[in-house]
Design a protein around this ligand. Structure first.
Ligand SMILES: Nc1ncnc2c1ncn2[C@@H]1O[C@H](COP(=O)(O)OP(=O)(O)O)[C@@H](O)[C@H]1O
Ligand SMILES: [Mg+2]
Length: 229
């Protein structure tokens, strides 16, 4: 069974003259351990699709199954738990607390989970290391470079050990080398821990590092290339 399965998802915004069909029948499945890149021109529906997968938006029609469970049947509490415990979001505007260090930004997320403090610190340090942030760990977030901040945002999204990681243009402010490192670190996490990831990117080089690349145009999905791995 796929971890995530979307069938004929549509999303319409507005009405009358203002009506926009952002998604026009999207079907896709993502397996555990799989990293899928989503590419497409601006306005094609990429962010809308991610928001639906993360249960931040409700589709106009269609179905979405998470681990075989239909998200449409979730009550408000179950939706919140799904967003909070199962999904790690990394959005373009993922803001860190500027006056806390990189490490403290990670620990802050853990604090709300009620987990053991020692375990949280070990998890934070492990993620900081995986993402090449060991030296930046003690620096205030507002002193970090754009690329470092981006990686802290990814590490933060991974703190709760989510099943599904949703990233929207994670590497927008990174050069290709840095961007490639970020994607590699994500890949290791996803393959090694059997998570799944949908990553929106405009960078085809980074997309090529995913297991599969999907392309969206005018709200319709199509395969961009054969599986890479
Ligand atoms: N909240 C909204 N209200 C109205 N239209 C929206 C809203 N969000 C997105 N759209 C429209 O839906 C289409 C897809 O947007 P989006 O998913 O943000 O595209 P992308 O992320 O690929 O650039 C665009 O035409 C956009 O203007
Ligand atoms: Mg977008």
């Amino acid at each position: 069974m796929a971890l995530l399965e979307l069938t004929d998802i549509t999303k319409t915004f507005g009405a009358g003259d203002q009506r926009v069909e952002a998604l026009r029948g999207v079907s896709m499945a993502v397996e555990a351990g799989e990293m899928v890149a989503l590419v497409g021109p601006s306005g094609s529906g990429k962010s809308t699709l991610l928001a639906i997968i993360g249960a931040l938006l409700t589709p106009t029609a269609g179905s979405m199954l998470i681990g075989g469970r239909d998200v449409a049947t979730f009550d408000a509490g179950a939706r919140t738990r799904y967003r909070r415990d199962q999904v790690g979001f990394v959005f373009q505007a993922s803001n860190l607390v500027p006056f806390l260090t990189a490490r403290e930004n990670l620990l802050l997320v853990g604090e709300f989970g009620g987990a053991d403090k020692g375990a949280l610190r070990r998890r934070a340090d492990e993620l900081l290391k995986e993402l090449g942030l060991t030296e930046a760990a003690g620096q205030a977030a507002n002193r970090l470079s754009g690329g470092q901040r981006q990686r802290v945002a990814i590490a933060r999204a991974l703190m709760r050990d989510p099943l599904l990681i949703l990233v929207d243009e994670p590497t927008a402010s990174l050069d290709t080398t840095r961007g490639a490192q970020v994607v590699e670190a994500l890949r290791e996490e996803i393959h090694g821990r059997h998570k799944a990831c949908v990553m929106v990117t405009h960078d085809l080089e980074m997309a090529a590092r995913a297991d599969r690349v999907l392309e969206i145009r005018d709200g319709l999905l199509r395969a961009h290339g054969a599986p890479v791995v």
